[in-house]
Ligand binder design. Structure first.
Ligand code: NAD
Ligand code: DAU
Length: 368
C-alpha cells in the first residue's frame, strides 16, 4: 500500500489526479494538503468524500511543522507535489506569490521531507518525491524548431516559468546532494474537468455560454501542445511507479494547435450543441446561438500577453519508450468531453468565478 501526500490536490490537475488514483488504487491512503487559494476548491474533491483512505488537510506547504506532523503521523512515503501558483498572466501582474509558493514553498517542502525521511530514525527506506512541472521552463520555440526534450536547456520567460524552473533545480539538487528519491515530470497544456475558468479553454467556454467577449491575445497564432488531464495523471502514475529516480520525464499530447483554431473549434462545438439541444437556449439566453447568431461573433482580439511564448511542443519519446506511455484521448473527443462536463457542472464554475478577477484582468488586456 502506498501512502500519498498530494499537495495542491484541490486544484485542477491535483483534483483529477486524486480521483484517478482513488479509482485505480482504492486501497491506498491519500492525504491532500491544500491552502485553498483562489484556485483551490474543495468542491472538486466531493467525489472522494466517502473514499475510505482519503483525508483533506487545509494548510500551506510552507508550514514545516504541519507537514512534519503529516509525514510522521500518516506514515506517508510518497509525495506528489502539484501545489503552485499556475497562471502566467497573474505572474506577470503580481509575481510575488509565485516566488513564495513555487520557489520557497518547494524549498520548505524539500527541507521538511529531508529531515523526516532522510534524518529521522524511523524514516521509510523507500520513498518518492514526485515534482509536477511544466514545459514552460524550456522557453519558446520557432515554427521549425525541434520539440522540447529532457535535454533542452532551461530558458524560462515569464515569472511563472522562472519560478517553476527554480523549483525543478531545487528538486534535482536534493537528489544529487542528499540522495532524496525524486522524479520530475514536465508537461504541456492540460485541459478537462475542474479547470479554473481563467485558462484559455474553460474561459472561452464560460464566456461563450454567458455571452461575454472571447479575448484572444495578439493575433491568436501562438501554439500550445494540448493534453487531456487524465492522460497527464496516467503519465505521472507511470513515472511514480516505474520511472527511474533522479530522472525527468516530458509528458505531452502530440497535439499542437494555435489558439485561434482552438477558440473557433469551441465556437462551432457550442453552435452545434445549441442546434441539437433546444433546452440550452433557455438556460444560456445570453449565448449568441440562443438568438440565432454564431458563437464566433464573440471573438475579440486583445492586446498581447507581455513576453508571450510563441510555441511549446513536447517530445515525449523518453516516457513512451521507457515506460510505455501513450495518451488515450484525442483532442476533438477531449474537448467535447470538457464541454459536456462544463454543461453538467454549471454550479461548479459559477461558484469559482466571482467576477472580480476577470474585471481586473480585462483592464490589463484591453481590446486592441
Ligand atoms: P491550479 O492553480 O489549478 O491549482 C494549484 C493548487 O495549489 C490550488 O488548489 C491551490 O490552492 C494550491 N496551492 C497554491 N499555493 C499553495 C500553498 N502555498 N500551499 C498549499 N497549496 C497551495 O494549478 P494546476 O493547473 O492544477 O497545476 C498543478 C501543477 O501542475 C502546478 O505545479 C503547475 O505548475 C503544473 N502544470 C500545470 C499545467 C496546466 O496546464 N495546468 C501543465 C503542466 C504543469
Ligand atoms: O504549458 C504548460 C502551462 O500551460 C502550465 O504550466 C500553466 O500552469 C498553464 O496555465 C498553461 O500556461 P499557458 O499560458 O499556456 O495557458 P493559458 O490557458 O493561460 O493560455 C493558453 C494560450 O492562450 C496562451 O498562448 C495565451 C492564450 N490566451 C489565454 C487566455 C487566458 C488567450 O489568447 N486569451 C486568454 O484569455
Amino acid at each position: 500500500m502506498t501512502s500519498l501526500l498530494v499537495t495542491g490536490g484541490a486544484g485542477f490537475i491535483g483534483a483529477n489526479f486524486v480521483q484517478y488514483w482513488a479509482r485505480n488504487y482504492p486501497g491506498d491512503k491519500i492525504v491532500v494538503l491544500d491552502a485553498l487559494t483562489y484556485a483551490g476548491n474543495q468542491a472538486s474533491l466531493v467525489p472522494l468524500a466517502s473514499h475510505p483512505g482519503f483525508r483533506f488537510v487545509h494548510g500551506d506547504i510552507r508550514d514545516r511543522e504541519l507537514v512534519t506532523k503529516l509525514l510522521i503521523d500518516d506514515k506517508l512515503d510518497t509525495i506528489v507535489h502539484f501545489a503552485a501558483e499556475s497562471h502566467v498572466d497573474r505572474s506577470i501582474l503580481e509575481p510575488d506569490a509565485f516566488i513564495q509558493t513555487n520557489v520557497m514553498g518547494t524549498y520548505d517542502l524539500l527541507e521538511t521531507v529531508r529531515k523526516v525521511w532522510l534524518e529521522r530514525d524511523a524514516a521509510p527506506s523507500t520513498h518518492r518525491f514526485h515534482h509536477v512541472s511544466t514545459d514552460e521552463v524550456y522557453g519558446t520555440l520557432g515554427p521549425d524548431d525541434d520539440a522540447f526534450t529532457e535535454e533542452t536547456p532551461y530558458a524560462p520567460n515569464s515569472p511563472y516559468a522562472a519560478s517553476k524552473a527554480a523549483s525543478d533545480h531545487l528538486v534535482r539538487a536534493y537528489h544529487h546532494t542528499y540522495g532524496l528519491q525524486v522524479s520530475t515530470s514536465n508537461c504541456s497544456n492540460n485541459y478537462g474537468p475542474y479547470h479554473f475558468p481563467e485558462k484559455l479553454i474553460p474561459l472561452m467556454i464560460v464566456n461563450a455560454l454567458t455571452g461575454k467577449p472571447m479575448p484572444v491575445y495578439g493575433d491568436g497564432s501562438n501554439i500550445r501542445d494540448w493534453l487531456y488531464v487524465e492522460d497527464h495523471c496516467r503519465g505521472i502514475d507511470l513515472v511514480i511507479r516505474k520511472g527511474r529516480t533522479g530522472e525527468t520525464y516530458n509528458i505531452g499530447g502530440n497535439h499542437e494547435r494555435n489558439n485561434i483554431s482552438i477558440v473557433r473549434e469551441i465556437c462551432s462545438l457550442i453552435d452545434r450543441r445549441f442546434e441539437h439541444d433546444s433546452g440550452l437556449s433557455r438556460i444560456y439566453k445570453e449565448s449568441p446561438p440562443a438568438s440565432g447568431k454564431a458563437t464566433d461573433s464573440l471573438i475579440s482580439f486583445v492586446k498581447d500577453r507581455p513576453g508571450h511564448d510563441w510555441r511549446y511542443a513536447i517530445d515525449a519519446s523518453k516516457i513512451e519508450s521507457e515506460l510505455g506511455y501513450e495518451p488515450q484521448e484525442d483532442f476533438e473527443s477531449g474537448l467535447a468531453r470538457t464541454l459536456d462536463w462544463m454543461l453538467a457542472n454549471e454550479p461548479w464554475w459559477r461558484a469559482v468565478m466571482d467576477g472580480s478577477y476577470r474585471d481586473w484582468i480585462d483592464t490589463q488586456y484591453e481590446t486592441s
